[in-house]
Design a protein around this ligand. Sequence first.
Ligand SMILES: *Cc1c(COP(=O)(O)O)cnc(C)c1O
Length: 432
Amino acid sequence: MKFYNIKNINEQVNFVQAIQQGLGSDQGLFFPIDLPRFTTCEIDSLLNMDFINRSLHIMSVYIGHEVSENKVLKCINSAFTFPVIVLLIKDNIAVLELFHGPTLAFKDFGGRFMAHFLNEINQGELMTILTATSGDTGAAIAHAFYGFDNVNVIILYPNGKISSAQERLFCTLGGNVYTLAVDGDFDACQLLVKQAFDNTYLRKKLGLNSANSINIGRLLPQICYYFEAFAQLFKQQINQRIVISVPSGNFGNLTAGLLAKSLGLPVKRFIVATNINNTVPRYLSSGYWFPQPAITTLSNAMDVSYPNNWARIEELFRRKRWQLSTLSYGSVDDDRTIKTLQVMADLGYISEPHAAVSYCLLSDQLHHDEFGIFLGTAHPAKFKHEIESIFNHNFSLLSPASLLCFNKLPLLSRKISVDFNELRNFMLSLMN
Ligand SMILES: *Cc1c(COP(=O)(O)O)cnc(C)c1O
């Protein structure tokens, strides 16, 4: 399928170009030119398939015949190697657990698909993935591309400003993964990355790709787990008036959910769930787009005040003639997040702040004749310290083996200052 730049409909690329290029000119996002819809019959048969084959059908809608079905299947098989779990926590509410991948957050789905896909279509040229991270993305990308031939991964992060568990998870890998602890904040890291992309020589010579979350290669695979949630609920005879609450930061996850609905998945409605960084809920209630500086919260992966993917959501609504007023929304501050974590624990479910935000709004806004799903985007072990201090209790069972094992390895990051020359010299040194 072709994809067009939302800022310039005449700029059109195919799937492979879109995934390699990331962004169109003028920082415009790519968007699918066709918005096909499966018939009810096709949806039923999709929901009866296993996760891998169903995901192949879904991804093939967007990839078309550009890449052989065998190759796409190979990518899906290699990327989606961990379970998607739907767990009932009340009679009318289930969690969709998306955090059973290697870096314990839903970003493993998109990151791993993109890595395997780029690896599959690569014809022996050097590729350099350069990304700035404030936490989860770095780990997902580093693990996704770890060990691939012809690929170097360079990840910049603000030294001392990410949690030690987050740092251990990706700064201990070595091999083709290089981590740079920048003596500055996240914005400084992003600026360095941008300077590298603005440098034509580096971009060409090293085959730069940012693998960031607005790349359609990370976005589209996320559609697959919405279908999986429905498949599992249908098996339990739950198949009507299903509402999904999505904890949102950059709004990639919600975009994928809405694309699933556009493909015909019978979602009754979505709830946009944010923390107090609530640019979108304020926009939906007032009609004014008025981002304010981001504030640090417990659900830090959602501390985003300029949500990049929102432009895609508006585009989808415009094309489908859907009304934005059909989106439910709300925002939750840290106090309520903590109270919600306690409520969830009373139900026997130990969660973490991001999922708690989405559960809170779901249980508030769910009608008596609806069934609710909220997304569990990160493993609670990633927030062990926060959760233990909230409950005043030690949860030793919370840590999966992967976290424990990385905790024992030495950090391999090198420190750099906020100086593009230092970054450039380092990047050039990788070519020898
Ligand atoms: C990235 C992230 C989010 C936000 O997802 P978006 O697709 O950016 O809206 C929510 N929760 C966790 C744990 C995340 O890592």
